[in-house]
Ligand binder design. Sequence first.
Ligand SMILES: [Zn+2]
Length: 182
Amino acid sequence: MTKTIYIDGLAVAVTRKRIKRINLRIREPEGRVTVSAPYIVSDREIIEFVRSKRDWIDKGIVCVRSRAAAHPEPVTPQEKEARRAALRRRIAARLPEIERRTGLKCTGWTVRDMHTRWGSCNTRTGHLNFSLMLAVRTDLELDYVILHELVHTVVPGHGKDFYALMDRFMPGWKNVRTGLKY
Ligand SMILES: [Zn+2]
């Protein structure tokens, strides 16, 4: 069983296992932080452990992400599948929260190997598509694309109504878009 603990703003996926000591990893390609810990170790001890390694973790996340950004195209089919799985996990974790917060809803979503767009929305069915390229982008950038496509479920084009909803739900979204060159 895995649960997410937020430690000073850092999301850490914690799994209890039959192991002897705490094991911390930074996952490729998105820099997700995971901790495996023995059953007897308390959450408080895990929090202290993560805090003691925070500098190393922050550097590691930057390193993993810049490596992924330097190789936006997965080199092997295995790596591509790993990226797809990791992105699916991230979307599954973030999209319901954004739906709840905004009241917007999609009918379903798919990760696709799209190269020209970050996402798309079928306004007739309410189905969203997300590009595999998002696997190497930050959580904030992913949230922006999820929100962008969710807004399209109620506003098709990029007119005044579209911008009004973006402003309401993600002030500062233009900066994120600039980073994505969307
Ligand atoms: Zn759009």
